[in-house]
Design a protein around this ligand. Structure first.
Ligand code: FES
Length: 91
């Protein structure tokens, strides 16, 4: 049996929908998305999935993703910015 996790189950909001909202508003964190959509305020098990969605664009998952797998990043230090700094430092 394949497990499929594709939404915040408590509020029935799909990650695909949250991704569309993030694209439209520029929201880059769970908290920023929650300004526009009601989700993630109950069990919060969807939070690491939403963080991964924001990072990779994936909206359907077949594995358990926990806070340890997808830790909350410090606000304002986006992954891309850190990545390009790293590249520059390497050259
Ligand atoms: S699954 Fe999102 S708050 Fe429970």
């Amino acid at each position: 049996m394949t497990m499929t996790i594709d939404r915040c189950y408590c509020f029935d909001k799909t990650f695909a929908h949250l991704k569309e909202v993030a694209a439209a508003t520029g929201a880059a964190s769970v908290a920023a998305l929650q300004d526009d959509v009601e989700f993630g305020q109950r069990c919060q098990l969807c939070h690491p999935y939403v963080r991964r969605m924001l990072r990779t664009g994936e909206v359907v998952f077949h594995e358990i993703v926990t806070d340890a797998d997808e830790p909350e990043r410090v606000q304002g230090s986006s992954f891309c910015v850190q990545g390009s700094r790293f590249e520059k430092a390497e050259r």
